[in-house]
Design a protein around this ligand. Sequence first.
Ligand SMILES: C[S@@+](CC[C@H](N)C(=O)[O-])C[C@H]1O[C@@H](n2cnc3c(N)ncnc32)[C@H](O)[C@@H]1O
Length: 256
Amino acid sequence: MKINDIDMNNWKDYDEIITDSLWIFPARDNSGAHTPEYHGNFVPQIPRQAMLRYTKKGEWVLDTFAGLGTTLIEAKRLGRNAVGIEINPETAKRAKELIDAEENPHNVKTEIIVGDSRMEETYRNLGNFQLVIMHPPYWDIIKFSDIPGDISNTESLEAFLENFEKIVKLAKKHLDDERYLVLVIGDKYSKGTWIPLGFYTMDMIMKNGFSLKSIVVKNIEENRGKRGKYSLWRYRALKDGYYIFKHEYVMFFRKL
Ligand SMILES: C[S@@+](CC[C@H](N)C(=O)[O-])C[C@H]1O[C@@H](n2cnc3c(N)ncnc32)[C@H](O)[C@@H]1O
């Protein structure tokens, strides 16, 4: 089954497509409607790479944590149809504005659904997708809102993982067999312990009928706000014997 538009007879023509497991992006792509204004959005290069590799033009992509719609903006550029689910109505409103501001050269459909991706009813009018992208809150590292269903509000790690599992199960129902789910997540450090959210969520997805295809380690780009605090972090890291987060994960799973 062909899952992308790569012509293997001309495989040397695809310089843009990354095939290594270490992704270092010096800067965010802020062109067009992409904006760095949302604390917690991912670089557009991530959904771009995922869509180029795991979808064909005209196919459908689901993003279960849409945020400001980075995936949907990039989908318009690449000629993929896309649906994003976002629980926070204000975030969803801004996402719609940004997505509308992006040109639509391939005439694709994009839709932001304001809803809770843990709930079956949120998916009621949706058909099947050929790629699912998940960029959940990294548990409570950034508290996105006070909305009860927002999984950055969960009290415990167990509750966070239970909620995450609900979303994996629902997204899986809407994903075609043998197609891909992409997870973007980082870990957490709390009370002297590294909490490997990446590996916990990876395990959860694998237990739900997916095989692991790749783990990519991606750099966390510097931003001006963080730069000022770096020496404080370095002091703490040296004193307490840990390493400062400079990476997050992009994990690729295939539905069995
Ligand atoms: C890490 S951000 C995603 C950012 C996105 N990739 C972007 O580039 O803008 C996680 C998002 O998930 C949303 N969220 C949290 N719980 C949710 C839920 N149960 N259903 C849908 N969205 C949820 C938050 O409001 C937040 O916007």
